[in-house]
Design a protein around this ligand. Structure first.
Ligand code: COA
Ligand code: AMP
Length: 635
């Protein structure tokens, strides 16, 4: 019997009592005056409380006798390296790094950007910031200098932590030239950088600005430097994580200290069913929210062991990597994006690599980041013979909105649904006028305010954009920008985004941002980027460009330049590989490009001719262009 309904109802009857109870699992230096309050018109949790997130993730476990337990297992098949850090060692690392940051002038509330590959130092960097009350902002390594520069300008970091390189299959990416270029473009200049020199590339350091990470750590250790955990307000920001919005200007999602700890700690046992001392692995990247919440913070808050994996589900060296890691490190819970499983399945459809490893320790597979297609879930269930749990959340929420809570007792699975709302989330499915639709009817999925602890209180230094983006369409509600429905049993079905965000290999990208780049090409008059279905990555972006009149260059050449331009301005992670020249774009009479119709044509979905279309013949031209490239799915 699942305790879910009892627990959810308990929360509904007494939300503050529920979170006050959950807060007992966190060590506070000063308890909250108010569990929930509105401060300056924003919803805040644990107002008046003081705490330190690094203390709760590291020091308190050492004090409680977990010093010799592994805190981080670093497994990097791509560099053939494995390393373990105990909680004792992690405390020493972060205390030293914290002291170094202080030496570099970082004070409470200052920002520090972390632009790093998947190495344990990236986790240490985040914790060191938390330790001294600094606010970190991790930028995913696959982003280009311009994207990094945008984040530098918005967050104005005092220091940037980076590495000499990241490693992708078949290529080493030197980070330092990218970092230098970003600092060059940005108007806000950091005063210092710390560069982790890796064996594959030695970065050239700029005298007076760049510091060699390992050398500086060595010196600091010899000098006995160590930073203590600084108390901050529960409502102070812990980090800023930029995520795609509807324009090229990313949104700086703010996470606080107190509510974040309470919510994440609650999920580890109650949702994921994991206990302190067990090994938990989120195969994601610290640059994404899944990495923040479930590589860095939640497992460590819980006293579990977290795995830092530098590799890919396939090709490093084969589709058996996940199973090797699970078996070797006795992982009890794996969390990844469905795309990783689609990649593994493609290369190992019969699970021959799975059979080579003893993965009897693995109890549950969790999937999130994009819609989990039932086919992939069925395959994973058949191969692993354990529960496969889809759960739905967003960078903004930081933890599960809806899922099947293994820890509280698993509910029946309904394929295609990530199951039920977690305590804290009062879900409403609304029509355009903001009225609740009947169960089973499609609508905009919203959360009745307030959002629970752990969710974003605002956007970095932009309360106005926060309110406009999330709270203005449906007053009294947070708009998730996902459309879907709720069935009679309260299960949610997440069907599509209502904005221009697409999900490529579990990575959240803005088609609007790509359009801004394409529109910047000299020969492009207008353009549209549409996310179309892809068997491996879930979705891929496809660009349509109309040339300026008088352009007589070969179309293929301009298309290639467009692909390169997006790679250069946004980064390889945008994964825009197809750009096609079309004579015209389909529009409504008021000039709105019919992106949704293009997507339906490509995905082989039923579509009707929009009544307001300017010229129906244009859709035939688009269909032909897609067919010529083999991009029309047959359903
Ligand atoms: N630094 C630099 N470049 C990166 C990068 C990083 N951290 N991560 C990805 N890239 C590059 C890739 O090398 C690729 O470059 P290419 O165009 O030269 O081949 C490009 O960005 C697109 O990457 P991706 O969309 O991930 O495609 P892929 O073919 O390299 O890998 C998967 C496909 C499915 C194996 C991969 O996306 C994956 O492992 N996904 C797991 C899910 C995941 O991590 N989700 C995150 C949220 S939970
Ligand atoms: P991100 O902020 O990168 O985590 O992306 C959040 C978005 O990814 C959500 O708004 C959804 O559109 C999508 N998403 C994440 N998890 C799921 C899921 N389990 N099912 C369907 N869509 C999901």
């Amino acid at each position: 019997m699942s305790r879910y309904h009892e627990v959810y109802n308990h929360w509904k009857q007494d939300p503050e009592g529920f979170w006050a109870e959950a807060a007992k699992d966190i060590d506070w230096s000063k308890p909250a005056d108010q569990i929930y309050a509105q401060v300056d018109g924003l919803d805040r949790w644990f107002v008046g409380a003081e705490c330190n997130t690094c203390y709760n993730c590291v020091d308190r476990h050492v004090e409680a006798g977990r010093g010799d337990q592994a805190a981080i297992i670093y497994d990097s098949p791509i560099t053939d390296t494995k390393r373990t850090y105990t909680y004792d060692q992690l405390r020493d690392e972060v205390a030293t790094l914290g002291a170094l940051l202080i030496d570099l002038g970082v004070k409470k509330g200052d920002r520090v950007i972390i632009y790093m590959p998947m190495v344990p130092e990236a986790v240490g960097g985040a914790l060191a910031c938390a330790r001294i009350g600094a606010v970190h902002s991790v930028v995913f390594g696959g982003f280009a200098p311009k994207e990094l520069a945008t984040r530098i300008d918005d967050s104005k970091p005092k220091v940037i932590l980076s590495a000499s390189c990241g490693i992708e299959p078949g290529r080493v990416i030197a980070y330092k030239p990218l970092l230098d270029e970003a600092i060059e473009i940005a108007s806000a200049k950091p005063t210092a950088t710390m560069i982790l020199q890796r064996d594959e590339v030695t970065a050239e350091l700029i005298e007076g600005r760049d510091h060699d990470w390992k050398a500086a750590m060595g010196e600091a250790r010899r000098a006995g430097k160590s930073a203590a955990c600084l108390d901050v307000a529960a409502t102070d920001p812990l980090y800023i994580l930029y995520t795609s919005g509807t324009t090229g200007q990313p949104k700086g999602v703010v996470r606080d200290n107190g509510g974040h700890m309470v919510a994440l700690k609650w999920t580890m046992h109650n949702f994921y069913g994991v206990e302190p001392g067990e090994v938990y692995w989120a195969a994601s990247d610290v640059g994404w929210v899944v990495g923040h919440s479930y590589i860095v913070y939640a497992p460590l808050l819980h006293g579990s062991t977290t795995v830092v994996f530098e590799g890919k589900p396939v090709g490093t060296p084969d589709p058996g990597t996940f199973w090797r890691i699970i078996s070797e490190h006795r992982v009890v819970s794996l969390f990844t994006a469905p795309t990783a499983f689609r990649a593994i399945r493609k290369e190992d459809p019969n699970g021959e690599h799975i059979a080579k490893h003893d993965i009897s320790c693995l109890r549950t597979l969790f999937l999130a980041g994009e819609r989990a297609d039932p086919d992939t879930i069925h395959w994973a269930e058949a191969q692993l013979k354990i529960p496969v749990i889809d759960h739905w959340w967003q960078t903004e929420t930081g933890w599960t909105i809806a899922g099947n809570p293994i820890g509280l007792g698993m509910l029946p699975v309904k394929y295609g649904s990530p199951a039920v709302p977690m305590p804290g989330y009062d879900m409403r499915v609304l029509d355009e006028s903001g009225n609740e639709v009947e169960r089973g009817q499609l609508g905009a999925i919203c959360v009745k305010l307030p959002l629970p602890p752990g969710c974003l209180p605002t956007l970095w230094q932009n309360d106005k954009r926060f309110r406009e983006t999330y709270l203005s369409t449906f007053p009294g509600h947070y708009e998730t920008a996902d459309a879907g429905y709720m069935d009679e049993d309260g299960y949610l079905y997440i069907m599509a985004r209502t904005d221009d965000i697409i999900n490529v290999a579990g990575h959240r990208l803005s088609t609007g941002g790509m359009e801004e780049v394409l529109a910047g090409h000299n020969d492009v008059a207008e353009c549209a980027v549409v996310g179309i279905a892809d068997q491996l990555k879930g979705q891929i972006p496809v660009g349509f460009v109309v040339f300026k009149s008088g352009v007589e260059r070969e179309a293929g050449e301009v298309e290639k330049e467009c692909v390169l331009l997006v790679r250069e301005k946004i980064g390889a992670v945008a994964a825009l590989r197809i750009v096609m020249n079309v004579p015209r774009l389909p529009k409504t009479r008021s000039g709105k490009i019919l992106r949704g119709t293009i997507r339906k044509i490509a995905d082989g979905e039923e579509w009707t001719m929009p009544a307001t279309i300017d010229d129906p013949a244009i859709l035939d031209e688009i269909t032909d262009a897609l067919s010529d490239r083999g991009l029309v799915s047959s359903r």
